[in-house]
Design a protein around this ligand. Structure first.
Ligand code: SF4
Ligand code: SF4
Length: 693
């Protein structure tokens, strides 16, 4: 067949096309600008440093969809649709071009380079169209029929409409191609060999009606795109525009570093005179701009929901929920904040609804979070939860004095005696028995390492056994170390995460002063909470250590370096529970397992292990709060037992986890069946001192 001449839409159609484009894009830009204004209401946050890492994150997590395959079937379906959007965005430009210039603009998909790269693109595009249709069908099946846990009890209508719309775009493309085939385009070159859906449908049409089919395809595609574009900012599909920048501006600081309020004392001083000075987030417009971009970017996919320890135990919290509540509240408040609501007196109206902290976002939600970061680790678009929750707590605690009643004594304990039980501060070193041969820095400051013991390791009976186990190991290895004894203060980690930034900083600064007096450079901690804050946060307050070690990591190194020997005595199956602040926050996964193996254990990982570990329920200060049943620790204990074949021993590497998992075993009446031990205890019990030789 002879190649058809180039087609055009006709003058009237072209003018109509122009009108549709101007109106469609104009309305979109107006709404988009409004959303941008809302985002710029947020507080400052420098997210422009480390550009190379940002570009790499964008390639890996946005374009590479790195977290999508974590859930295989949904991930593959999403990747099919994402690749479709990327590929077909070029197609959309071409179709708009054809609306004005006809097929002369390009029939292959890539203007100018059409003759060379166009056919390759066209072939790829045909595959992509099929992939997108499979993706849409798969998602519709999940939403309507199979309904996995995270798809339950959520609206179906909007997602199904969107899937129908995406499928409609593909169908328009197929008919557009069919029209071109029917008129004799695509009869030459590489494109002829591409078995696209358009060529399959083409026999339904002929040279006479092919042009009408092509025109309908061009119009249908263009109108659907413009309608969709204008719908995006109003629903969760706004993420199609915001997700890529959201990944680019992701948090690149250590996960374990809370934003410090360095001018907290000045703020307290100015507060009486200036009502604009505040601490924490009272309202959503105080969120940093990136946190507003975060909730714009939430796809509501629900990946963050099922393994959130709070949600799993029926508390009113998930990352998705906080995103939705923040967004709706922002949309309610924004017209007032931007002066778009006028009162009867003609002046800007005041918003009279609830505040965000404790109002639009309930207190139960804010306090339920264990700050475990499981949600952040699962979120495909790298949305953050921890800083926002802590800032909402900061407002409640420091501006309103609105504190869960059980925390009053805990805060008082830290204030008066630097420990959460308010035990005498001078009793902090009472665990040091003579047989340990441990000295304080006051007695001997000529050491290489400070062993920072922490509140649990100093006062809690069960945890002091771990403290002593570590001392025994360090002594056996000949490590020159000392402790602070009664000069040590609480590390401040938990007070800060409970929103009491002032108290937390007070504890941090007191420790820093003592450590600087002794010229401490290297520290070992066995509590991951102390470890995290000394490693990632003390520098914000002026203390830069040369080395901060978690004890499991340090002892694993002693073992590798041959400084200690451990008798492997056939411990058998031992399940290991990864503490959130050791694993997810600081990436220490292998060291505790290495110690278990050295002690002769066969390590059994629960189904939720390593970066997917399920929290014990104590993080974020929840250790010191009441919890209604069902409890997180009970759920975790059961999950460990059920998925590791019911071992006789569970290894942990954190005093909070030790307490919580132990309580879980007691609540399940299994205390006598299964022992819970810190890996350091297992090593200390098996130290090969050569005494038997
Ligand atoms: S926060 Fe992230 S994981 Fe959770 S629903 Fe939104 S996009 Fe999905
Ligand atoms: S940090 Fe943990 S407890 Fe808090 S919302 Fe995320 S998953 Fe839930």
């Amino acid at each position: 067949m002879e190649q058809a001449a180039h087609l055009t839409m006709g003058t009237t159609s072209t003018w109509l096309f122009l009108a549709a484009l101007v109106v469609g894009l104009g309305v979109f830009l107006y709404v988009f600008y409004y959303r941008l204004q809302i985002m710029l209401l947020g507080g400052s946050d420098n997210r422009f440093e480390l550009l190379k890492t940002r570009i790499w994150y964008t390639i890996k997590y946005a374009f590479g969809q790195a977290r999508m395959p974590d859930e295989l079937s949904a991930g593959i379906l999403h990747i099919l649709i994402f690749v479709g959007f990327m590929t077909l965005s070029i197609r959309t430009i071409v179709i708009f071009g054809q609306g004005f210039g006809g097929t002369a603009f390009s029939i292959y998909g890539i203007p100018v380079l059409g003759y060379y790269l166009g056919p390759i693109y066209a072939a790829l595009k045909e595959l992509v169209v099929i992939g997108v249709l499979i993706g849409c069908a798969g998602f519709a099946w999940r939403r309507i029929v199979s309904k996995p846990v995270r798809m339950q009890n959520i609206p179906v209508v909007e997602p199904v409409l969107i899937l129908t719309w995406i499928s409609g775009l593909m169908v328009a493309d197929i008919f557009l191609e069919a029209g071109l085939h029917a008129m004799g385009f695509h009869e030459e070159g590489f494109i002829k060999t591409v078995p696209g859906l358009g060529s399959l449908v083409a026999p339904l049409f002929n040279e006479d009606n092919g042009k009408t089919v092509w025109e309908i395809g061009v119009w249908a595609h263009s109108v659907m795109i413009l309608i969709f574009l204008n719908y995006l900012p109003f629903g969760k599909h706004f993420h199609i525009i915001t997700a890529i920048p959201n990944v680019f501006f992701a948090n690149l600081n250590p996960y374990g570093r809370l934003r410090p309020i360095l001018d907290i004392e000045e703020r307290f001083e100015k507060m009486d005179q200036d009502p604009n000075v505040s601490i924490g987030y009272k309202n959503v417009e105080q969120y940093a701009w990136k946190e507003i971009l975060d909730f714009y970017s939430c796809t509501e996919c629900g990946r963050c929901v099922p393994f959130c320890p709070a949600w799993a135990t029926q508390k009113p919290l998930s990352l998705k929920r906080v995103n939705k509540e923040s967004k709706h509240h922002m949309y309610e408040r924004a017209p007032y904040l931007l002066g778009k609501k006028v009162g009867p007196d003609g002046k800007a109206a005041e918003y009279e609804g609830p505040q965000t902290a404790g109002g639009a976002i309930e207190k139960e939600t804010i306090w339920a979070c264990t700050l475990c970061r499981d949600c952040e680790e699962r979120c495909p678009v790298l949305i953050e939860q921890v800083p926002r929750i802590v800032d909402l707590r900061r407002h409640l605690v420091m501006m309103e004095g609105d504190i869960p009643s059980e925390l009053n004594n805990t805060f008082r304990g830290w204030e008066r005696n630097s420990n959460p039980w308010s035990l005498g501060y001078d009793k902090r070193g009472e665990w040091i028995t003579e047989d340990l041969g441990v000295q304080t820095l006051a007695e001997n400051a000529d050491v290489d390492y400070l062993f920072y013991v922490g509140c649990m390791g100093s006062f809690d009976d069960r945890s002091t056994r771990v403290t002593k186990a570590l001392c025994k190991i360090l002594k056996a290895a000949g490590v020159r170390f000392g402790v602070l004894g009664m000069e040590e203060q609480c590390c401040g980690e938990t007070a800060r995460r409970l929103g009491n930034e002032f108290l937390g900083q007070m504890l941090v600064k007191a420790n820093i002063e003592t450590m600087q007096n002794y010229k401490v450079k290297k520290v070992i901690c066995f509590c991951p909470h102390c470890f995290n804050t000394l490693k990632n946060e003390y520098a914000d307050f002026g203390m830069k250590f040369e080395e901060v070690w978690h004890a499991a990591d340090f002892v694993a190194k002693l073992l590798r370096d041959g400084k200690i020997k451990v008798k492997a005595d056939g411990l058998g199956d031992v399940a290991f529970h990864d503490p959130c602040f050791l694993g997810r926050y600081n990436g220490v996964y292998e060291a505790p397992r290495d110690l278990l193996k050295a002690a002769g254990a066969t390590v059994r990982d629960p189904s939720l292990a390593r970066h997917r570990s399920f929290c014990c329920g104590a993080g974020g200060g929840r250790m010191w709060m009441e919890e209604a049943k069902p409890r997180v620790n009970d759920m975790r204990f059961k999950e460990i037992m059920d998925t590791t074949g019911g071992p006789k021993l569970i290894g942990v590497s954190c005093p909070y986890c030790l307490t919580m998992i132990l309580d879980g075993s007691k609540n399940a009446n299994m205390e006598d069946n299964v022992k819970i031990k810190d890996v350091l205890e297992l090593v200390a019990e098996r130290l090969d001192t050569g005494a038997d030789a």
